[in-house]
Structures are given as structure tokens and as C-alpha cells.
Design a protein around this ligand. Structure first.
Ligand code: IFM
Length: 482
């Protein structure tokens, strides 16, 4: 069985979460509403009308959660700062109480030997900024830089690993395109303007981090997909080019190469807007050297230009059936069909392709051969059930985790500069428009009592890492025992 000893000794193993998904305490200590507080209260926006008001109450239980991570044996914990705790109105003065919470968390982690990895933006934009146009406005990028300056000055002595944005594709195209995520707008190809402003925000935030913390490690996290055509036809090849363009190249190329892919801007019908509003000086900022690229990897897309294959319809990156009548998250490419390849799927409907993790590592590595890469999220949702003995025997999640850890091993063996892996997610939490109906955690959360309990997958990870929760022989639960 593979263990962490089969990896380089400095390979980082962690778990990841995000503020709105776990913290609760949405009005504590000066926090004001974010776009997710607003959106989750719109009837029909989130399954079951669920909100993040309580979530896992991590805000009050973080010490227990840090102890759990120490029991798993992780090296690092990736969490996000809630902008509306630190700068509640999205501009103006800092809220010291908000910063203090993250200082307490970071120090508690360090006491246990766990390195904090901080994401500055994991989707909880202060509502007042959305009221002024949100990410469709260039000014929001400057507000993000201002908030970053507060965060890095306030926490830079205890946090040295920083991620600017989490998955700007989702913020732009689910937030302003399909509207499946907050703020729930349907702006068609204008959602690409949000993508540019997010990336500009990344570039400006990198500047703030560099100037306040020259020793810090910093980069961005993108959600990348392996994209394949459903057939050898030129039409399907073009469908794959389009979806790869919108999902991957629209973000990888500006960040790693300093340009936007022309074909994607053409598909969007936004070439002129970008020519007028995304000057080279923006691209210089966006492509300024990073210390790493974070990649969130979940699945592979198989796509077709032909609706004739839609009987096998699959789900897109939001976990939304690609056939549902809703504005598309792929503006300009609405006609492309996401088809099933026959592979097994998680409860999100996402196909399981561990090998495709190497595709996304390759596409990043090709563009920046020297750049260290991290898998900053990877995980799966399943229908968990608690057994009579209280155990959560999540065989599928354990297998998914083991198979993706194996893919990391294959990547390292192939010489790819993969330096770490963060499992999504530490514990069950608010899965955006799916509310609490999709569980990704290595640790189960009872939403009535908020009791946490490691699942089999968590015990497997502890065994792999040699953490205190590993079984007495130090091997943990092996997949073959299942
Ligand atoms: O829960 C999300 C996370 O917030 C961002 N990446 C994908 C996860 C699973 O959908």
C-alpha cells in the first residue's frame, strides 16, 4: 500500500475548506453580508433553502477542527478568509475582530505543527461591492487589492502561503453567466468581463503580497478540466477546443503566458471588449511571476457538437445537467453537449478519471516548466450513511481518494513538479447551490448536533499519513480491506 513515505519528504499533504462553507456566525464580530448571504436567501437559489448561517459553526469550534486535522496527520490546512469579516463593506477600514479570528486559527494550527495556507477570495464578495456592479466592474479588482493589503499586513507574520483567488472560472461563469452561484446574474458573454477583472484582481493582489511580504509564497488556484471530444469528427474537436478554451486556456494563458487566447475571445464575441479594456499593462500584472499554481481537479469533460448524443447527457462543472434549460456557463458555446463516457460518477454527476489529473498537470507544466504545482482541491460527494455503530463507511470516497493519491504518485514519478495535495474537504459543509445535500468531507458532520466524526476515508488518509488516527499497526484502513 502506498504511504506518504513513497513521496518526496517535502511533499505537502493537507485538507482544504472555504469560509462561507464552514464558518457560520455570519453576523458575529462586525461581519456584514456577502453575496452568498444574499443569494442563499433567494427562494429557489439553493436546494432546500439552505444557507451558511450556521454551517459547521467552525467560527466557534475551530479548535476542535484543528485537533481533528492534527489527528489526521496533515502538514497543511488551506482555508479562506471571509472578506466581509476583514473589511465588511468591501472598502474602507479593517475590522480588527475579523482579523483576530484568523490569527487565532492560524496560531492554533501552528501550535499543532500545521502550516496555514490562506485563500484570500473563495467567493464571498462583500454585498456592497456587488451593489456597485460586482466583478463586472473594474473597480472591484482595486477593492480586492486594498483588502489583500489589509489581510497580508494583519496576518503576514503568521501566514506565509497565500492564494489570491479560488476558481475564478466559477466566480465569473457560474456567478454572472449561468447564475447558479452568487450573485446569480445572467449576463451572457459579459461574464468574461468578470473573468478579466478577477484576474486583474489577482495581479494587483500579488503586487500587495510581494510588497508587504517579500518572503511569502503566493499564487492563484484554477479549476482545470481535461476535455476530450466525443468522437473523431472535426465538429466534436471544435467543441472540445471551445470548452477547453473557456474552462482552461482563458485562465492559464493570461496567468502563465501573459495573453488571452484569441479563439476564445472570438467564441465569446468579446474580442473588441478585451482589446479596449484589457491592455498589455493588465496582462503584465496578471502574468507577473507566481511561486506556484494551485489546481483544483475533479473530473474530465467529454463534449460533442451534436445534440444527437444528448441521451447520454452528463453534468457540467457546476454539477448541473447540461440539458437543463438555464443560461449557460459557457457563453457563446451553448450548443456544446456534455456527454457521458460511461465512467462511474460521483453524486455530483462528475465522472471519475484519476488519470486525467495528469492531463491538467501537463497543460500547466507545458506553459510554465519551472513552476511548482499543487493540487489545492480534489474530492468527491457521495450519499453517506451513518451505520448503527456510528461509523461512516464511505467506501467510494476512500477509493476515490486512494486513486487520486496514486495519480499524484504517477505525476511525481513522471517528473512533474507536483509539490502537494489538499483533499477537499476536511468536513461536510455547505456545498453552494446544493446546500447541505452534497457531502464531500473526510469527517462527517451531523447538522443537528454539529458533532464531527471521521469517516473511513478520513481514517484511510490518517493511515496514509501516519497520523494519530491511523490503526495501531500504523497502516490505517487499506482500500483492499473494503
Ligand atoms: O465545494 C467546492 C469548493 O468550494 C470549490 N471547488 C469545488 C468544491 C466542490 O464542488
Amino acid at each position: 500500500m502506498l504511504t506518504r513515505n513513497d513521496f518526496p519528504s517535502d511533499f505537502i499533504w493537507g485538507t482544504a475548506t472555504a469560509s462561507y462553507q464552514i464558518e457560520g456566525a455570519t453576523s458575529a464580530d462586525g461581519r456584514l453580508p456577502s453575496i452568498w448571504d444574499t443569494f442563499s436567501k433567494v427562494p429557489g437559489a439553493v436546494v432546500g433553502g439552505h444557507t451558511g448561517d450556521i454551517a459547521d459553526d467552525h467560527y466557534h469550534r475551530f479548535r476542535e477542527d484543528v485537533a481533528l486535522m492534527a489527528d489526521l496527520g496533515v502538514d497543511a490546512y488551506r482555508f479562506s478568509l471571509a472578506w466581509p469579516r476583514i473589511q465588511p463593506s468591501g472598502s474602507g477600514p479593517v475590522n480588527q475582530a475579523g482579523l483576530d479570528f484568523y490569527r487565532r486559527l492560524s496560531e492554533a494550527l501552528r501550535e499543532k505543527g500545521i502550516t496555514p495556507w490562506v485563500t484570500l477570495y473563495h467567493w464571498d464578495l462583500p454585498q456592497p461591492l456587488e451593489d456597485r456592479g460586482g466583478w463586472l466592474e473594474r473597480d472591484t479588482a482595486y477593492r480586492f487589492a486594498e483588502y489583500t493589503a489589509h489581510a497580508v499586513r494583519g496576518l503576514g507574520d503568521t501566514v506565509s502561503d497565500w492564494i489570491t483567488l479560488n476558481e475564478p472560472w466559477c466566480s465569473a461563469f457560474l456567478g454572472y453567466g449561468s447564475g447558479h452561484h452568487a450573485p446569480g446574474r445572467h449576463e451572457g458573454s459579459r461574464s468574461a468581463h468578470a473573468a478579466h477583472h478577477l484576474l486583474l484582481g489577482h495581479g494587483l493582489a500579488m503586487q500587495e503580497i510581494r510588497s508587504a511580504l517579500p518572503e511569502a509564497q503566493a499564487g492563484i488556484t484554477l479549476n482545470l478540466y481535461s476535455v476530450r471530444p466525443a468522437s473523431d469528427s472535426p465538429e466534436d474537436a471544435d467543441a472540445a477546443r471551445r470548452i477547453d478554451g473557456l474552462s482552461n486556456r482563458l485562465f492559464l494563458d493570461p496567468v502563465l503566458r501573459g495573453f488571452y487566447p484569441e479563439d476564445v475571445l472570438d467564441d465569446l464575441g468579446e474580442t473588441r471588449w478585451f482589446a479596449e479594456n484589457a491592455p498589455q499593462s493588465d496582462l503584465d500584472l496578471i502574468s507577473a511571476p507566481s511561486d506556484f499554481l494551485g489546481i483544483n481537479f475533479y473530473s474530465r469533460h467529454t463534449v460533442s457538437a451534436s445534440a444527437a448524443v444528448s441521451a447520454e447527457v452528463s453534468t457540467d462543472a457546476a454539477g448541473v445537467a447540461a440539458s437543463v434549460e438555464a443560461p449557460s456557463a459557457y457563453p457563446g458555446s451553448e450548443d456544446v453537449v456534455f456527454v457521458g463516457s460511461g465512467a462511474a460518477r460521483t453524486l455530483m454527476g462528475w465522472e471519475i478519471h484519476p488519470d486525467a489529473m495528469l492531463d491538467v498537470l501537463d497543460m500547466s507544466h507545458e506553459r510554465a516548466p519551472e513552476l511548482p504545482l499543487y493540487i489545492t482541491e480534489n474530492g468527491s460527494a457521495w450519499e453517506d450513511s451513518v451505520g448503527p455503530d456510528g461509523e461512516i463507511d464511505d467506501i467510494e470516497r476512500t477509493q476515490y481518494l486512494a486513486d487520486h493519491v496514486q495519480a499524484c504518485h504517477d505525476a511525481v514519478a513522471r517528473g512533474l513538479p507536483l509539490r502537494g495535495y489538499f483533499a477537499w474537504t476536511l468536513m461536510d459543509n455547505f456545498e453552494w447551490s446544493w446546500g447541505y445535500t452534497r457531502r464531500f468531507g473526510l469527517v462527517h458532520v451531523d447538522y443537528e448536533t454539529l458533532e464531527r466524526r471521521p469517516k473511513r476515508s478520513g481514517l484511510w488518509f490518517a493511515g496514509f499519513l501516519g497520523g494519530p488516527l491511523a490503526t495501531p499497526d500504523g497502516t490505517g484502513v487499506t482500500v483492499s480491506q473494503m
